[in-house]
Design a protein around this ligand. Structure first.
Ligand code: S3P
Length: 439
């Protein structure tokens, strides 16, 4: 069966150093900022995945030249108003929520009609969450079923700044509004529940007039219109969300040690580290560096002697939002019951991931109590799987695929995991690194 991975054996203990590919969130943001910068921006180690390639295709369609060579990318930005394209342009965000939502912020001043489409998974996702606040700036939208793709946007050249309360902890919504704000005369004020802050850090590094005040439970962000952005040379660090699969594989494999080089450890992204530490895992950051406002480090992990269940504090949700599927595997092996709550957002991802988390665990023989926004996982430190497990029809969600591979290698059983191409979305190199750990 092409595109299907079969795994029948647990991985043996390993002691290795690996490098995972570039951070997806930072790669996409670097491309979008570079597309409106004045002049030539260069990056190294840009993630080469479908979400990132889709972002490059989109800016090319908007009239911006971009060149990808072996490991580098060059973008020839034409300034804040440099997009050139014909009326009724269609842009394809493919599988990428980040691209689909952020680009709408940048299109807020386009007076031509632009159609935004995406793949089957993205077309099921909520775009009203960005269309609604962007309408307040003065843009007009037509959305399928009033909330989905395909959508049409017509921006305005008479934009008004808005006050916006982002209460989901969505960095995509927050960033879309920041992008719209930098195109709008006056001050846009955002009150945002804590979420990843790569957009704000890039703005700060670029000296843009954006003011962030960190309050206890939310950030207040004031955004002003920008006339000019300087080109940005950037070396993209490795992705903590891709590292997460190997962190968990190390936790669940006997007597193993792993170092992952130069990973972005932005505090708004390391929920998984805090959660695993609370469950009894020893994780160390080595060679910490500040790079253009972002913190990076090597991550060292060792198999713990035992794991304990967790009642996961909800304040960690946003910083671990892409990692819960693999975190659930750790809970499956922990002593006691683990409880993860206020996670309705997890069902808004590339697939309904909270449901898929429960489905994978149940197929593994792990008991769960699932609600629309929470899951209780009944852990078993002696968990071993002896049966056949088939994973398919999961909307090709890359993280469902990779989590299933990690479960198979950690717990045994006879697994058949379909749609291997799903990894191309965020981590095309995933299976190669698994093979490196097997040697
Ligand atoms: C992302 C934000 C998160 C995350 C996604 C990437 C980003 O989505 O799940 O993978 O780069 O801004 P939400 O903003 O929907 O929480």
């Amino acid at each position: 069966m092409s595109g299907t991975v079969k795994i029948k054996k647990k991985i043996n203990e390993f002691n290795k150093t690996i490098t995972v590919s570039g951070d997806k969130s930072i790669s996409i943001r670097w491309i979008l900022f570079s597309s409106i910068a004045d002049g030539i921006s260069r990056s190294q180690n840009l993630l080469r995945s479908e979400d990132v390639l889709a972002t490059i295709s989109v800016i090319k369609k908007l009239g911006i030249k971009a060149k990808l060579t072996n490991k580098n990318c060059t973008i020839y930005g034409k300034g804040m108003n440099g997009f050139k394209y014909k009326d009724n342009l269609t842009l394809d965000a493919k599988n990428s929520g980040t691209l689909g939502r952020l680009i709408l912020g940048l299109l807020i001043n386009s007076t031509k009609t632009i159609r935004l489409i995406g793949d089957k998974s993205l077309s099921k996702r909520d775009f009203l969450r960005v269309a609604k606040p962007l309408t307040k700036f003065g843009a007009k939208f037509k959305l399928k079923n009033s909330k989905n793709l395909p959508l049409e946007i017509i921006g305005s050249n008479n934009l008004k700044p808005i006050k916006y309360f982002e209460n989901r902890g969505s960095a995509q919504c927050k960033s879309a509004i920041i992008f719209a704000g930098i195109r709008t005369e006056g001050t846009t004020i955002i009150k945002a529940k804590k979420s990843r802050n790569h957009t704000e850090l890039l703005c700060k590094y670029l000296n843009l007039p954006i003011l962030v005040r960190n309050k206890k439970n939310f950030d207040e962000i004031r955004v002003k219109k920008i006339k000019k952005i300087s080109p940005i040379d950037y070396k993209i660090p490795s992705d903590i969300s891709s590292s997460a699969f190997f962190i968990v594989l190390t936790v669940l494999t006997n007597n193993s040690e792993l170092t992952i080089k130069n990973v972005n450890i932005n505090p708004s992204r390391i929920g998984i580290i805090t959660i695993l530490k609370k469950m009894g895992v020893k994780i160390i950051f080595k060679n910490k560096k500040n790079y253009k406002g972002e913190e990076n480090a090597d991550i060292f992990i060792k198999t713990p002697k035992s794991l304990k269940g967790i009642n996961c504090p909800t304040k960690l949700n946003s910083g671990a939002i892409d990692e819960f599927l693999v975190i659930f595997l750790v809970a499956a092996k922990a002593k006691g019951i683990s409880y993860f709550k206020n996670l309705a957002e997890l069902n808004q991802k590339e697939s309904p991931r909270l449901k898929w988390g429960a489905k994978i665990l149940n197929k593994m023989g792990v008991k769960t109590d699932l609600t629309h926004d929470s899951i209780k996982i009944y852990g078993n430190p002696k968990l071993i799987i002896n049966k056949k497990i088939i994973i398919k029809n999961y909307l090709k969600d890359h993280r469902v695929f990779m989590t299933s591979v990690i479960a198979a290698l950690s717990f045994g059983g006879n697994w058949e995991i379909h749609d291997k191409d799903a990894i191309k979305t965020s981590f095309p190199n995933f299976l190669n690194i698994i093979n490196k750990l097997k040697k």
